[in-house]
Design a protein around this ligand. Structure first.
Ligand code: HEC
Ligand code: HEC
Ligand code: HEC
Ligand code: HEC
Ligand code: HEC
Length: 444
């Protein structure tokens, strides 16, 4: 029996040019995601299209890191690259990320090996993950079929049904700079109702959908839950990259139902009151790189054929700016430097003014925090009650002013000026008319 099994392993993985039986692959081979492709083709394909694979190739990342190194005279060190190409740092292939373009692909991005060999999490931010550096791939499966190329190990840090698993994701999705707690996805999540029963939703419960499937193309495996590795969020590759079309569709799908909206006419103030609730996010909306994000409300009120009050109407290629738009409702972190000026550069931001939609924090309906929605009024001024109002929340991964700034400093190529797409949160779209509104004058 033992001989038979060894034989089939040899036959199956012959193309990988490895020894048979229990001579597992070397660390060098396991570090390369290409090695996983033969047996885990779907995991590979999804991961390859994800921002995790892209993190060390992202031109905006490379440009910002370059600029940061220059402006801080190298004091930034491996601060950025420790998360965007963690294996390159751990393998000593880079100290500042400036040579990423010369490094082999398998050292860039958040790779299979990086996530699957984590053995310990020693903090809450700035990637405090400790790697075992052995040949055991850790996951949520306790009875994995022996495969001959890598050991397997059940790990609660990798099991989405275990609360601990959120610390693996969260401690990399939370950034504390010398100046402030800049990106706070993990902290926001920890304050939400999703961390406790009855919800008990880990990061991966929401971000890695499971479907019944085999998890390896390998003899003897049975169907179990295979978890998606596409990790859609907001961001999409701006260079030629595998799976862009699929990622775009997943992003639209994920964002569709994130924010719930309600729009009411208030006769007492002659205004339209818009109420937004973050219903699906386990953290703020938006979250993470909110100093770069651009999320806002597009609002158009019409009387007859005339658009009487508009806000947030920007063409996809235009910057989003409140300059001529006092009603503009933006959801983001506004960054400021030590001199109190508006600031986009990570390392110079010393303070943020945060305008985000919070997640649900309590089940207690009598607690004032139960209603975690936010409301803004759009006054109709001298105009009569509108005949029609259209509203939708829109989002862009990176604002135009940051792109323009990086192009102006020579760190980013001009061809990326209009590269960031704008996505509509279709589930937030409302069309208000007096007929559609209920007796409370609200839709829905
Ligand atoms: C020769 C085929 C083969 C190759 C190559 C391979 N694996 Fe596996 N892997 C398997 C099999 C078989 C299983 C067990 C599946 C089962 O029991 O359903 C498995 C299981 C796993 C698990 C789950 C472990 C657990 O206990 O939860 C992870 C994680 C994993 N592999 C990651 C990787 C990574 C990362 C690579 C590339 C470095 C890789 N594998 C390469 C065949 C392979
Ligand atoms: C080594 C650090 C690291 C770990 C661990 C990590 N991530 Fe990420 N993640 C990143 C980086 C870096 C990016 C963004 C790369 C980019 O856009 O340039 C990212 C992107 C994402 C995105 C897409 C965000 C967007 O706006 O498009 C999601 C969703 C995500 N991660 C979820 C997770 C989850 C869930 C886990 C745990 C299973 C996890 N991450 C573990 C570093 C990490
Ligand atoms: C950001 C971290 C992260 C990266 C990068 C990552 N994985 Fe995973 N992977 C996970 C987590 C978390 C699970 C466990 C989900 C569960 O069981 O709850 C998992 C599960 C798995 C499993 C077990 C079967 C399943 O679907 O649950 C396999 C096999 C696997 N990953 C292979 C890979 C391969 C191959 C790559 C690279 C091409 C990769 N992973 C990249 C976090 C990651
Ligand atoms: C209850 C479900 C849920 C949980 C739990 C959850 N998320 Fe999310 N996450 C979402 C949804 C929905 C979105 C899309 C809306 C948005 O961008 O906020 C999202 C978006 C994101 C994004 C992109 C954010 C942006 O605006 O750029 C990242 C990164 C992310 N999640 C990471 C995490 C991490 C890390 C954890 C755990 C600490 C986590 N999520 C927990 C549902 C969840
Ligand atoms: C602790 C890990 C960590 C560190 C340190 C880090 N990043 Fe990131 N970075 C992330 C994660 C996670 C995301 C995805 C954020 C999200 O979608 O919410 C990201 C996203 C990005 C993006 C994608 C586009 C955008 O703005 O959303 C850029 C560019 C970027 N980071 C640049 C940098 C630079 C430059 C530095 C250093 C000054 C840096 N990062 C430091 C984890 C990190």
């Amino acid at each position: 029996m033992q001989i038979l099994q060894t034989f089939s392993v040899c036959a199956l993985v012959g193309s990988l040019a490895l020894a048979c039986g229990k001579d597992y692959l070397s660390k060098a081979e396991l570090m390369d995601p290409e090695t996983c492709k033969d047996c885990h083709p779907k995991h590979f394909e999804e991961w390859q299209s994800s921002m995790h694979a892209y993190a060390g190739d992202d031109p905006i990342f490379l440009a910002m890191n370059r600029r940061g190194q220059r402006e801080t005279n190298g004091a930034l060190g491996d601060f950025c690259v420790q998360c965007h190409a963690p294996m390159a740092v751990r393998e000593g292939a880079t100290t500042d990320g400036l040579n990423l373009e010369e490094l082999p692909q398998y050292l860039k991005g958040v790779t299979c090996y990086f996530c699957h060999t984590v053995k310990e999490v020693t903090g809450t931010h700035n990637n405090p993950l400790v790697l075992a550096n052995d040949n055991a791939m850790r996951g949520g499966i306790a009875d994995a079929v022996e495969n001959g190329v890598h050991k397997t190990k059940y790990s609660p840090l990798h099991d989405r049904d275990s609360a601990e698993s959120s610390s693996l994701c969260g401690s990399c999705h939370d950034i504390v700079t010398d100046n402030l707690h800049l990106e706070r996805t993990f902290a926001e999540y920890q304050g939400s109702i999703f961390v406790e029963p009855p919800f008990d939703q880990s990061c991966s419960n929401c971000h890695m959908n499971g479907s019944d499937d085999v998890v390896a193309d390998f003899e003897g495996v049975k169907s179990r839950k295979r978890h998606s590795h596409a990790f859609p969020g907001v961001d999409l590759a701006i260079i030629e990259w595998p799976g862009i079309t699929e990622q775009r569709a997943l992003i639209e799908e994920e964002l569709r139902t994130t924010v719930q909206s309600r729009l009411c006419y208030n006769p007492a103030t002659n205004s339209m009151d818009l109420n937004l609730t973050n219903v699906a996010g386990g953290h703020m909306f938006p979250s993470g790189a909110t100093q770069d994000r651009q999320a806002w409300v597009e609002f158009v009120a019409t009387v007859g054929d005339a658009e009487v009050v508009t806000s947030g109407v920007f063409a996809d290629e235009d910057p989003v700016s409140a300059e001529n738009d006092p009603l503009l409702w933006q959801m983001k972190d506004f960054g400021f430097n030590a001199a109190g000026e508006s600031e986009h550069m990570f390392w110079d931001i010393t303070r943020v003014e945060s305008e985000l939609l919070p997640p649900s924090v309590t089940f207690d309906m009598t607690d004032p925090a139960y209603d975690h929605s936010k409301t803004r009024s759009y006054p109709m001024g001298a105009n009569p009650r509108p005949d029609e109002v259209d509203v939708v929340v829109r989002i862009r991964a990176v604002g135009r002013e940051l792109i323009d700034d990086l192009i102006a400093s020579g760190d980013l190529d001009e061809r990326f000026r209009f590269s960031i797409e704008t996505t509509n949160l279709e589930g937030s779209r409302l069309h208000w008319t007096p007929e559609a509104a209920g007796s409370d004058l609200c839709v829905p």
